[in-house]
Write a protein that binds this ligand. Structure first.
Ligand SMILES: NC(=O)c1ccc[n+]([C@@H]2O[C@H](COP(=O)([O-])OP(=O)(O)OC[C@H]3O[C@@H](n4cnc5c(N)ncnc54)[C@H](OP(=O)(O)O)[C@@H]3O)[C@@H](O)[C@H]2O)c1
Length: 287
């Protein structure tokens, strides 16, 4: 019997990695190898080669990333090592081994000043070290492996790890009143939906390299996101809208980083899910 195609997932203990793991058990046509940061720190290049030689994967999904947006302002070298250089090495090894590479990037590659949603070829202009390091990763991925698929996403949350939804739920249970920024616009992405479309792309066997945008459907502010969490969880906490100027953070965030998702819908026949419907699914998974 022919052996199953192997899908290697790096950074498997993060939000996206764990959502992929949840779906993997129902995809019997593939063999999944999940590697956490502890198993495979992607910036240890000899280990990367070792795992490729051991498992000979047909696909690599890189969920590993330095995602501490504010801390990155102080740890530029580390952010660039993991989000930039290491991604280049993964891409090069995939190229050598004829392994198809899916890498995840971010809306933070844009400056957020556009009045219309960003397309894949819109001008990038990151405003933070994190955004710049992720852009470097995109460039290195494409430079060392022109067959790479890069998916830019935004405002990722899930039942796992640290994210806005879980932080809001905690704060709403601890406080009578909270303030949430109401002048940054974007689209939330449920990591389970992202995991599903990544595996849909692989299963389709319709490999079309390039950059794609994916997020849930709908444009909201963080304040509106918090209000929906309050409503759906039945919290009594008062939620106040504030401007970004009242919530200073080390890293600058794009004020309007809305992604145009038409390309991924058209190329891979992907059906988009409404942000609030996906939020409901996540909240019941958290319960
Ligand atoms: N979260 C968002 O809002 C968001 C928005 C847009 C795009 N993205 C992108 O989406 C992807 C998935 O994000 P996520 O939310 O799932 O992130 P996450 O939950 O922070 O997961 C990232 C994982 O990578 C691991 N990691 C860090 N450094 C590593 C290294 N050198 N080698 C191997 N693993 C390493 C982390 O381990 P530790 O936690 O132990 O460090 C963590 O388990 C990332 O590429 C991210 O940049 C995320």
């Amino acid at each position: 019997m022919a052996s199953k195609p192997v899908i290697l997932v790096t950074g498997s203990n993060g939000q996206l990695g764990k959502e992929l793991k949840k779906i993997a058990s129902s995809l019997l046509q593939f063999e999944f190898i999940f590697l956490s940061k502890e198993d495979l720190p992607i910036h240890h290049f000899e280990m990367v080669r070792h795992y490729f030689t051991t498992y000979k994967p047909q696909y690599l999904i890189n969920c590993a990333a330095y995602t501490a947006v504010d801390r990155a302002e102080q740890e530029k070298d580390r952010a660039f090592q993991i989000n930039g250089e290491a991604v280049g090495v993964l891409a090069a090894v995939c190229n050598e081994q004829q392994c198809k590479f899916i890498h995840i990037s971010t809306d933070y590659v844009f400056d957020g000043t556009a009045t219309v949603p960003y397309k894949e070829d819109s001008l990038t202009n990151p405003q933070s070290v994190y955004g710049a390091s992720k852009l470097e990763g995109e460039k290195q991925a494409m430079q060392f492996n022109a067959e790479t698929i890069i998916i830019r996403t935004s405002w990722v949350y899930s039942e796992f790890g640290k994210n806005f939804v879980k932080t809001m739920q905690r704060l709403m249970s601890e406080k009578e009143e909270i303030n949430v920024v109401n002048d940054q616009f974007g689209s939330p992405t449920y990591a389970a939906d992202l995991a599903e479309i990544i595996l849909q792309i692989i299963s389709s066997q319709k490999w079309k390299p390039g950059i794609y945008h994916f997020c849930n459907e709908g444009i909201i502010t963080w304040y509106e996101f918090a209000l929906a969490i309050k409503e759906l969880t039945g919290s009594n906490c008062k939620v106040n809208p504030i401007p970004t100027s009242q919530y200073p953070a080390p890293a600058k965030r794009p004020s309007r980083s809305v992604l145009d998702t038409a390309k991924i819908q058209n190329v891979f026949a992907i059906e988009m899910k409404d942000w609030k419907e996906s939020l409901k699914v996540c909240l019941s998974a958290i319960k």
